[in-house]
Write a protein that binds this ligand. Structure first.
Ligand code: ADP
Ligand code: NI
Length: 214
């Protein structure tokens, strides 16, 4: 029964996100699901709830919906259609709404399942995959790879982004390098540490090559 529900959720997400070009394609969902299950196993979290929340976490994103509420409604309908029990449905919805809540006043994850899924989503922004996603997103948004005249810094307003003031390299400093200190679970922290080191090494090589040193 649970296997059938997961497969139906996979099909639903594949159809909904097909051809998405900004880094939220099906394969992002695939990786977050795998990572969430890896973390769930280590942390003793419920794999069914983790998997459903991981698979559906970007369906409610405001980028694809009129509002966050409309997006959550979509997820809710999908869960009801597939006869997920009410407590599990409420749990998945709570995880997804906490994850889509951008900004500083988020209350944080309440359950180990939520912590595992949020860690998994953050991990997919780090390491070799994270580097690839950053440059893919930058191309999509029309940002430059790097511009030495734009000093790297860790604060950037929305309008600066829109006006193309930021660069792909700056995104590491304003976000990616800060993520390892925001992981929820022990296993998530461990995975983030090694992905963080990958990015630090990458940036080191990048700046050497920029100056023709290597
Ligand atoms: P998610 O919702 O999956 O956590 P986001 O929508 O914030 O991710 O971003 C999708 C991908 O694009 C991530 O890998 C992220 O690091 C990257 N990204 C987001 N904003 C920028 C930016 N301004 N410059 C470069 N990459 C970005
Ligand atoms: Ni995501």
């Amino acid at each position: 029964m649970k296997r059938k529900i997961i497969e139906a959720a996979e099909r639903y997400v594949q159809e909904t996100l097909r051809g998405e070009g900004s880094g939220h394609d099906w394969w992002h969902i695939y990786r977050v699901n795998k990572l969430a299950l890896t973390i769930a196993e280590k942390e003793g979290a419920d794999p069914f709830v983790c998997s459903l929340a991981a698979l559906l976490h970007d369906i409610a994103d405001e980028k694809f919906n009129a509002s966050e509420e409309a997006g959550l409604q979509k997820v809710s309908l999908c869960l009801t259609e597939h006869e997920v029990t009410n407590p599990e449905k409420q749990h998945v919805l709570e995880i997804i709404s906490t994850m889509s809540f951008k900004g500083g006043n988020s209350t944080g994850m309440k359950t180990i399942e939520g912590m595992a899924v949020q860690d998994a989503d953050r991990l997919d922004a780090l390491g070799a995959i994270g580097i690839a996603r950053t440059f893919a997103y930058s191309g999509f948004a029309g940002q430059m790879i790097y511009d030495p005249d734009i000093p790297v810094r860790n604060t950037m307003t929305k309008s600066e982004y829109r006006n193309g003031v930021s660069t792909a390299i700056n995104h590491f400093y304003e976000k990616l390098l800060t993520l390892k200190d925001r992981m929820n679970t022990e296993h998530g922290k461990k995975l983030a540490e090694s992905r963080h080191q990958q990015m630090v090494s990458y940036l080191d090589v990048f700046f050497s090559e920029w100056e023709g040193i290597r």
